[in-house]
Structures are given as C-alpha cells and as structure tokens.
Ligand binder design. Structure first.
Ligand SMILES: O=C(O)c1ccccc1NCC(=O)[C@H](O)[C@H](O)COP(=O)(O)O
Length: 264
C-alpha cells in the first residue's frame, strides 16, 4: 500500500468517528450557516509571487517538525510576512493537525484559509465550509474521475475554491478537464515521498494558461522559490521551511523578495 493510500485509510477511519458525532444533515446546516468564504484568486493573480504558508507540525517524510502550540500566532506571523493565504493541515495521524486549528486560525486571521487534508468524501467539503475554510484540496491521484468531478462541483457550489493538485501529465490533463482555476503541482511524489523541483518545471507547460499555478512542496530556500517562479509559478505553497524557521515572518518576506528579484 502506498503512503497516500495508507493516509487515506486513517482519514476515513477518523471521519467515521466525526460523522457518528455530527451526521451529514446537521453538518450541511452548519455549512450553510457559516460566513461566506473569501475568494483567494484575486490575491493570487496580483503581480508578484504569492505564498500559501502552511501550519504543519509533522509529516510522513520528515517526522516531527514543530510543536506549534498556538497555530493562530504562527498564522498571524505568516500574514504579517505577506502570506496571501494560510494552509492548515487538518489530518491528525501523520500531520498532527485538527479542525480546531482551522477554527482558531479563522477567528484571528483575515487571509483565505486552505483546509489541507485528504479529501475523499463530500462530508469533508461540508466540514471545511462549516469550520471556516475558504479553499479545499483535491488530490487528483486520490480520486477517480467521477469522485473528483463531484467534489470539485460541490466545492464550487459551497463557494469554496478547490486547489486541484497534480503530479503527473495525466493528472494535469484531468485537472484541466475540470476547468480548474487553481492548479497545484506537487513536487513531492505522494507514493514514494521523493521531492524533485523539476516536477513543477516539467508539468507546468501542461497547465492551461488561464489557471493560477501553484508550486507545492520542497521549497526550502530563496533559490528554490526563485527557480519555480522563473518556471511560471504564481504561488508557492510552503510548510517545512517556515515552521522550522526561527522567524517565519521574515522567512516569507525573504522568499517573496528573492523570487521577484530572480535571485537563485
Ligand atoms: O509532507 C509530507 O511528507 C507529505 C507526505 C504525504 C502526503 C502529503 C505530504 N505533505 C502535504 C503537503 O502537500 C505539504 O505539506 C506541502 O506541500 C508543503 O510541503 P513542504 O514545504 O515540503 O513542507
């Protein structure tokens, strides 16, 4: 079983526990009662490189990264450093996240928030909306065509912006077929966990010109940010480099400055 498949087994088990406590009908009511989501796309399309800054405690590839006892303080530092959006990993078993992190950050931070999880069921989309998310992640590798289309359409119906994540030419074709406005190219292979920034460079020509292009994972230095920027990234999604930095606010500002100056 691949790492991705193994993560999804745990995600489904945890979701079953939450669904036993709050059924789908109740969750749908909560989702429609939540405030209108923010649209991240105008910010992502503004001149200059945008950063989605991630709240990430641990990962399958690196183990423990940071304790993050106050996720809202970290997210506020990200916003002060110029992050265009905040990514909150809500998966518990491998990333140490929770929906409570999302709620806490939503209550203090005005930037669009991505619920970063392994979305496989409509329940999670309603859950994201009910807890104040503005974006949801749809990993193409984890979804068959029918489920991908269903979750994509539901996200839009709820006013959420789907970040459609790809890692292969075929997945890029499937994302383009949806008409996705926000396409992420993950430099990390979720089956082997190897990271290769060349992945963004190879896949980005296959992404439709009108889509916002996000380079995800493995961006550790200003040089890395400049590299994907020069290959066509509108946005970078960064976790490890920020949560392990002693000054995340400064770290974001440096990534943006280096990328826009073309520094490598
Ligand atoms: O980070 C992992 O090890 C990982 C393993 C398996 C599935 C997903 C994984 N990460 C989720 C992400 O997409 C990253 O957290 C995100 O792109 C930021 O990556 P990084 O800047 O390398 O922390």
């Amino acid at each position: 079983m691949s790492v991705l498949d193994d993560i999804i087994v745990g995600v489904r088990a945890d979701m079953a526990v939450r669904e036993a406590a709050i059924g789908l009908d109740e969750l749908v009511d909560r989702a429609f009662a939540a405030p209108e989501p923010r649209d991240p796309l105008p910010g992502f399309r503004a001149p200059g490189l945008s950063v989605i800054a991630e709240v990430k405690r641990s990962s399958p590839s690196k183990g423990a990264l940071a304790d993050i006892p106050d996720p809202e303080e970290l997210a506020l530092a990200y916003a002060a450093g110029g992050a265009a959006a905040i990514s909150v990993l809500t998966e518990r078993r491998r990333f140490g996240g929770s929906l409570d992190d999302l709620v806490r950050i939503r209550s203090r931070v005005d930037r669009p928030i991505l619920r970063k999880d392994f979305t496989v069921e409509p329940y999670q989309i309603y859950e994201a909306r009910a807890h104040g998310a503005d974006l949801v992640l749809l990993i193409v590798a984890a979804l068959d065509d029918a489920t991908l289309e269903r979750l994509y359409t539901l996200s839009l119906e709820l006013g959420l912006t789907p970040l459609v994540e790809v890692h292969t030419p075929d997945e890029a074709r499937r994302a383009a077929g949806l008409g996705a406005a926000l396409i992420g190219i993950n430099n990390r292979n979720l089956k082997t966990l190897t990271v290769d920034l060349g992945m963004f460079e190879r896949i980005v020509p296959l992404v439709p010109a009108g889509a916002v292009k996000v380079a995800e994972s493995g961006i550790l230095t200003a040089g890395d940010a400049a590299r994907v920027r020069s290959a066509g990234a509108d946005v970078i999604l960064v976790g490890e480099a920020l949560v392990t930095h002693d000054n995340p606010r400064v770290a974001i500002a440096e990534l943006i400055a280096a990328a826009d100056a073309g520094t490598r």
